[in-house]
Design a protein around this ligand. Structure first.
Ligand SMILES: N[C@@H](CCC(=O)N[C@@H](CS)C(=O)NCC(=O)O)C(=O)O
Length: 232
């Protein structure tokens, strides 16, 4: 059975930077599943029409088209029960849902402020216009006005990560001794930043930074190998 993952790409088709698609890239690596990652642009809605919506990631598993990172993760867990578990049981699944909700409501906005202009700049021409118009409508500001004070946004991010930092002082991953989907949700946002920008988000001695570096090396360095703007 073939698996295809539609994922957002820049003008360079090898630059895959969607935070939501990165959750699924890591989930596929965790499960040891081979797949074809297919580059997709914001303006190529017709390519993912069979999924019934217009956003990526979209996973095509055999005949099934599945949209939304959470639904895709759930699908991988139930369709491949003989592979390593993404959630480590029902409690882990609910924990991952909580992490996702917390991250999307309280933390993602700082990443967005810090990297949105870099995202724009690496898109191809037709996507740039679409991205600027839709995002400026969404935020009620120009892309250039979104982050007047990057240092304040970094400080906001560091503060917002406090609950995660507390946990990571005592264990290697949110999932425990080994990563689970609970880790891949926040890690997706760090990969978003790494792929589009060389901004240093966290101090070197932050336990969240140590966790991020462990995840870059997880699953044979799948994340570290991806084309990115970050220097190291
Ligand atoms: N809740 C969705 C969010 C997916 C999403 O927002 N994807 C963005 C790319 S990062 C997208 O495809 N946007 C299309 C658009 O803005 O037209 C998930 O978790 O997969």
């Amino acid at each position: 059975m073939s698996i295809i993952l539609y994922e957002l790409a820049g003008a360079d088709p090898d630059v895959r930077f969607s935070p939501f698609a990165w959750r699924i890239r890591m989930a596929l690596a965790h499960k040891g599943l081979d797949y074809e990652g297919r580059p997709w642009r914001f303006t190529e809605k017709e390519a993912i029409e069979p999924s019934g919506q217009g956003k990526v990631p979209v996973l095509v598993d055999g005949e099934r088209w599945i949209a939304d990172s959470w639904v895709i993760a759930d699908h991988l867990e139930t369709a491949y029960p003989d592979r390593p578990s993404l959630f480590d049981g029902p409690g882990g699944r609910e924990g991952a849902r909580f992490v996702q909700s917390w991250f999307e409501t309280g933390v993602m906005k700082f990443f967005a402020q810090l990297v949105i202009k870099d995202v724009h700049d690496l898109l191809d021409e037709k996507d740039r216009r679409y991205f600027r118009t839709t995002r400026e409508e969404r935020f009620g500001k120009t892309l250039e006005e979104l982050c007047p004070d990057p240092e304040a946004a970094k400080h906001g991010l560091i503060q917002a990560l406090t609950p995660m930092r507390q946990i990571l002082k005592g264990q290697a991953y949110l999932g425990g001794d080994a990563p689970t989907y609970m880790d891949y949700v926040p890690f997706g946002a760090f990969m978003w930043a790494r792929c589009v920008s060389d901004v240093q988000l966290l101090p070197a001695d932050d336990p969240v930074e140590a966790w991020r570096r462990r995840l870059l090396d997880a699953h044979d360095g799948a994340a570290r190998r991806a084309p990115c703007k970050e220097a190291a």
